[in-house]
Design a protein around this ligand. Structure first.
Ligand code: UDX
Length: 437
């Protein structure tokens, strides 16, 4: 099937390449000429395992092209809207400028029977509004909402073999037609047994924000328990293991530490609160304010720990920061707890030396005041404290003796509960962590 993907950022670039893998012919459109040039050469504009290979294979088939001109979409039957919905500058709400612009730009190029498929995360009610716009402008064209649940670092796998598909479709006969078309798009994955839920627009929109709210709540729950562990001498990692054995709870997303960041969870729960407020249902999600507040407190606690091990002040203290991305296997520093902590310590007068396998360029663009070095050895040499803030595998595997030979003081703060405390203590380190004695 011929299809278009509007917006070739994280979501769109991966989606476009994956659709070619599923056998379709795809044109990816973006207003950013540099991004389009890079993608056309097979270069992924961000770090994502597997994407470069997938792009190369997709381009080699001749069924993947990119353009800055939206007119390139003509001839496509299905048009995926994959643009961003960032948090507005002046409020918690989502900024729909890009979604609205994408749909408006598509309208002159749509024909009878064409389907616009929204994949971006939007406030509930957006799909209905856009559907009316599409149907009014182009008789016979229609819209579906098909949210995306991909995680950075696993984006290709999550797109090709998701846990489920969700189709938000219009009522009646046109809904059945939309469903059949989406089934054709995802035929390969559906044949492999991926479940699909066909529902109305509002439910489809809510599924996405409900899922992200649940995940954020799960993380903040365990981080709240970490706060209690800190005042009682208990160990949150053992607590998580123990409650996680209950299948109703499950161990995943119970890793206590610096909390959640990234381009999705923080802005999605805030946009959800804002939208619920507009709908007069603030109370239903007021707990999300607490989820956000617990998350913020973990960063402050990490800074406090650094102050504690430095005798009350970090002014002039040399601090090594390992990891600045919001999670491992990503170069994304948006709302990164690690980068936030590093920047706060610099404000308090610390000399912060930062290293990260993939995120340094993005981090430097946001926080040029920090000192960026290529290797762990450079970061830790002479340091008064070592902070592990993003749990890249290479940092988990560090040898306390080897690192210890380089530092000024053997003090390590484990912001992700990623190290084995006994191993570090036996090597003479002061080991401190969030939620552990
Ligand atoms: C998330 C959702 O998982 C995905 O389904 C949605 O489509 C987009 O948002 P992503 O932002 O890529 O994906 O990251 P995720 O792996 O969910 O991690 C989010 C944050 O939570 C990271 O900062 C991570 O470090 C943190 N986290 C995760 C924890 O602090 N503890 C955990 O146990 C799990």
């Amino acid at each position: 099937m011929r299809m278009s993907v509007i917006g070739c950022g994280y979501l769109g670039a991966v989606h476009a390449a994956c659709m070619v893998t599923l056998g379709h012919e795809v044109v990816g459109v973006d207003v950013d000429a540099r991004k389009i040039e890079a993608l056309s050469r097979g270069e992924a504009p961000f770090f994502e395992p597997e994407l470069a290979d997938l792009l190369a294979q997709a381009l080699a088939t001749g069924r993947l092209t990119f353009s800055t001109d939206v007119a390139a979409v003509s001839g496509a039957r299905v048009h995926f809207v994959c643009v961003g919905t960032p948090q507005k500058r002046d409020s918690l709400a989502a900024d729909l400028t890009y979604v609205d612009a994408a749909v408006t730009a598509l309208l002159p190029h749509l024909g009878d029977g064409d389907l616009v498929v929204g994949k971006s995360t939007v406030p509930v009610g957006t799909a209905g509004r856009l559907a009316a716009q599409v149907e009014d402008a182009v008789p016979g064209a229609t819209l579906a909402w098909n949210p995306e649940f991909l995680r950075e670092g696993y984006a290709v796998k999550d797109t090709l073999t998701p846990d489920r598909f969700v189709y938000g479709v219009p009522a009646g006969e046109s809904g059945a037609r939309v469903q059949a078309l989406l089934d054709e798009v995802y035929a390969t994955a559906l044949a492999a047994g991926t479940p699909r839920i066909v529902t109305d627009y509002a439910t489809a929109e809510l599924v996405k924000v409900a899922a992200n709210s649940f995940l954020a709540t799960k993380i903040s729950f365990i981080n709240a328990m970490a706060e209690l562990c800190e005042v009682t001498g208990a160990d949150v990692t053992q607590l998580a293991d123990a409650i996680g054995h209950d299948e109703r709870i499950g161990r995943r997303f119970l890793n206590a530490g610096l909390g959640f960041g990234g381009g999705c969870l923080p802005k999605d729960i805030r946009a959800f609160m804002a939208r619920a407020g507009e709908l007069g249902a603030d109370q239903a999600v007021s707990f999300l304010h607490e989820v956000d507040a617990i998350n913020a407190r973990r960063r402050a606690r990490m800074v406090d720990l650094a102050l504690e091990v430095s005798g009350g002040s970090v002014d002039g203290v040399s601090i090594a920061v390992l990891g600045v991305t919001f999670k491992p296997n990503s170069d994304d520093v948006r709302d990164s707890p690690a980068l936030d902590v590093a920047a706060r310590l610099a404000v308090l007068g610390a000399h912060v030396r930062v290293t990260d396998p993939e995120g340094m360029e993005n981090a430097r663009a946001r926080h040029p005041e920090l000192d960026y070095v290529q290797t762990v050895d450079e970061a830790v040499t002479g340091a008064d404290a070592v902070l592990l803030l993003t749990e890249w595998k290479q940092y988990r595997d560090l040898d306390p003796e080897q690192v210890g030979a380089l530092v000024g003081t053997r003090a390590v703060l484990d912001g992700r509960n990623a190290l084995v405390p006994e191993a570090w203590r036996e090597a003479g380190w002061t080991y401190r962590a969030l939620g552990r004695p």
